[in-house]
Design a protein around this ligand. Structure first.
Ligand code: DGY
Length: 354
């Protein structure tokens, strides 16, 4: 069984309890005795659970400013043994250079690593951790929420109330059904699979997915691997759950949107730049597709005057996929364990596989 599979089972079965118990043991053995290491946590609002894990074996410092400026983080990088990198500020060779020989390990508190120059870490063999898997449930829940909100025109309905346009009637604000629908998941990774599990309760008709190769988990989920064009043409709901890479940037654009059904709903819980947002706005305005549910947009934060926010058929929320108390606590604890393990020169709990 692969390391990732072991981590997945572990995380799913008993993450919270296990983390509490293993962290005390692991932390007590993994950092060498002598002077306590110092860890920089780049965001003051990082959940206390993670900070407390760090404090078992390290002194913790924070930038003075909130949100931290890059210059401040770079300056502090040279004064610490490890960094818990919280937020999506670019993490690259500049940070490692400024960290110098004292800096031993960094962990992000995220699953997506599009803001990290992973190649630079790989070249330097620098210990890098991240926090995938533990957020799959929270993000999948959010994706299902967006599917329903967009497909059933919740935003449009709310706007009608606000504008005293509540007319009602048998033909008013009719949306799309989920039962019997064809659902397409672009990228059947951890989050995609968790969405697929939830969909089992919705009696969908067919589940399609795209990917470079068949996923062993697909069979149990009843998911069929198809070319992307087929998925776009056939699906009533399209979920985007792939990482943002050079390959996936603007994967959904004018020409791919044109392949979708006019009744289709697009849900994006991955990264905003996977979608060409201008093309999406046009597609939502001219009826190329029915609606979109977006947890992620471009840029983030999205300016309040962005055209996307004026569209009744776009449900837009501000990158809340992993934003539950438990999930963020778990992410912070895993990131803390990663950093402590990296400083001690032992394997991280959740190393990034570069
Ligand atoms: C992630 O972990 O990548 C989520 O998008 C939150 O940052």
């Amino acid at each position: 069984m692969s390391f990732r599979a072991i981590v997945l089972i572990f995380a799913t079965l008993c993450l919270c309890e296990t983390l509490s118990s293993i962290s005390a043991q692991t932390a007590s053995t993994m950092v060498n005795s002598g002077q306590r290491p110092v860890v920089l946590v780049t965001n003051k609002e990082t959940p206390e659970k993670g900070i407390n894990k760090l404090k078992l074996k390290a002194d913790v410092i924070f930038p003075k400013s909130h949100p931290a400026t890059r210059e401040e983080v770079l300056e502090l990088a040279g004064q610490v043994d490890g960094i818990m990198w919280v937020g999506h500020m670019p993490l690259n060779g500049e940070v490692l250079d400024r960290g110098g020989s004292r800096l031993k390990a960094i962990s992000t508190m995220s699953a997506g690593m599009d803001y990290v120059d992973v190649e630079e870490f790989r070249k330097r063999k620098f210990p890098l951790g991240y926090t995938p898997i533990v957020l799959n449930d929270a993000v999948a829940d959010s994706a299902i929420g967006l599917m329903i909100a967009a497909g059933r025109r919740y935003h449009e309905g709310r706007l009608a109330i606000d504008q005293s346009q509540w007319t009602g009637g048998p033909q008013w604000l009719l949306g799309q059904d989920i039962k019997g629908s064809t659902v397409g998941i672009i990228g059947l990774g951890g989050i995609g699979q968790t969405i697929a599990k939830r969909l089992k309760g919705f009696d969908i008709g067919q589940l399609l997915y795209t990917g470079r190769r068949p996923k062993p988990e697909a069979e149990a989920l009843g998911a069929k691997l198809v070319p992307q064009d087929e998925l776009l043409q056939e699906s009533d709901y399209v979920f985007i759950t792939v990482p943002l890479t050079n390959e996936t940037r603007h994967m959904i654009n004018e020409s791919t949107l044109a392949k979708m059904k006019p009744t289709a709903v697009l849900v994006n819980v991955a990264r905003g730049d996977i979608v060409d947002q201008r093309a999406l706005v046009a597609a939502l305005k001219n009826g190329t597709i029915f609606a979109a549910g977006l947890d992620v947009v471009s840029p983030e934060p999205l300016p309040a005057d962005d055209e996307l926010l004026r569209l009744p058929n776009a449900v837009v929320i501000p990158h809340l996929g992993s934003a539950t108390v438990q999930t963020r606590n778990n992410m912070a604890e895993i990131a803390a364990l990663n950093v402590l393990a990296g400083i001690a020169g032992t394997p991280m709990f959740s190393p990034y596989p570069y």
